[in-house]
Design a protein around this ligand. Structure first.
Ligand SMILES: Cc1ncc(COP(=O)(O)O)c(C=O)c1O
Length: 341
């Protein structure tokens, strides 16, 4: 029984879900949402803060500032509250409301940028704002998840080893890409392992992380509107790009079986099952990484109006729907015509 006194001291790293009963292909999903920050970003936040403290960059009067689509912001909010630092998160309008409220509940300030950068994303605008803050006051400390080696090192030291321990005959690992911290930490670890592991990066259509055309992306976490500075493609065997509509269908398919995961998990699982369907998967040991859980996405991915406004009425078959209908007026609701179990 673990007993902790700091919230970042607990992180369940041993949980895998066997997705074969849902998708009919051999795939294990490593769940990274079971900690007090609710996501994989706790690992990167822990490592980056600890090394900034060791290097004397973080001092008692420092103000942490970071650009984040949400999850790193929550993790840093939690650590900052626990250690007594101030924290300002710079995010954008795609950040879920619940994620913003979480950061504020933990005592952080949140700044939301609204102007897109030249790639149609918000990253450039967010980073520019962080830079201007740091130039204006020397107490600001920017850990910079996009360039900080602590981001990938966290996964080299923890995520990759947890997978290796449970799956000594691992053949293929599917990893979603945002900053590429998870991808690079795991890829570097398995490059030195006792057997070759195929590293498959999963990105969303519209992201320019691996090149390609920028496009609209509404699901936070995965994808970048620039090339991730941490990315070294020589460690990546393959890249799969997933449409957001597929991400959503996959999330709902898992939710119908009781597993409520976040958007990027839908992307990674969708890419992985598509890859496995193209290969003779019978004897393959495959693992995918689920960065967070679904509760932060109840008003987006799991909300019918949001889905239909953005992706059209046909986004889900009626029997795939797990979302509830939010009516704008107080008019009585249509009876539920979905097939009942
Ligand atoms: C929900 C979610 N999925 C995936 C990622 C991508 O992870 P990484 O930044 O390590 O590439 C993030 C990063 O913020 C995330 O919040």
């Amino acid at each position: 029984m673990p007993v902790i006194s700091a919230p970042h001291d607990f992180n369940e790293g041993r949980l895998f879900v066997d997705l074969e009963p849902i998708f009919g292909c051999p795939l294990y999903l490593k769940c990274e949402g079971f900690n007090f920050a609710g996501s994989i970003k706790l690992k990167a936040a822990n490592e980056m803060v600890a090394s900034a403290e060791r290097d004397g960059i973080l001092k008692p009067d420092s103000i942490l500032v970071e650009s984040s689509s949400g999850n790193l912001g929550v993790a840093l909010s939690m650590i900052a509250a626990s250690k007594g630092y101030e924290f300002l998160c710079v995010t954008d309008s795609r950040c879920n409301l619940s994620t913003r409220l979480l950061m504020e509940a933990l005592g952080s300030r949140v700044h939301i940028v609204a102007d897109p950068d030249e790639n149609g994303g918000f990253l450039g605008t967010r980073v520019e704002y962080v830079r201007s803050l740091c130039a204006s006051d020397s107490r600001y400390v920017w850990l910079s998840q996009y360039t900080n080696p602590g981001n990938w090192r966290a996964h080299y030291r923890t995520t990759a080893q947890q997978i290796a321990r449970h799956f000594p005959s691992l053949d293929v690992l599917f990893i979603g890409t945002g900053t590429a911290g998870t991808l690079m930490g795991c890829a570097r670890y398995f490059r030195q392992w006792h057997r070759p592991v195929r590293i498959v990066a999963v990105d969303s259509v519209g992201s320019v992380a691996f090149g390609g055309e920028p496009g609209r992306r509404m699901i936070p976490g995965l994808g970048m509107s620039m090339r991730p500075p941490l990315l070294d493609e020589s460690y990546v065997n393959e890249v799969i790009r997933v449409e957001e509509a597929e991400t959503i269908r996959t999330c709902h398919r898992m939710a119908r079986r009781g597993f409520l995961f976040g958007g990027s998990t839908g992307t990674v699982v969708s890419g992985a099952t598509e890859w496995l369907s193209r290969h003779d998967a019978q004897d393959i040991t495959a693992v995918a990484i689920a960065p967070d859980l679904g509760e932060r996405y109840l008003d987006t991915i799991y909300q019918t109006n949001w889905l239909q406004d953005l992706y059209g009425d046909q986004i889900l078959d009626p029997d795939e729907m797990t979302a509830t209908v939010r009516t704008e007026e107080s008019a009585p609701r249509e009876p539920d015509r979905r097939p009942q179990p």
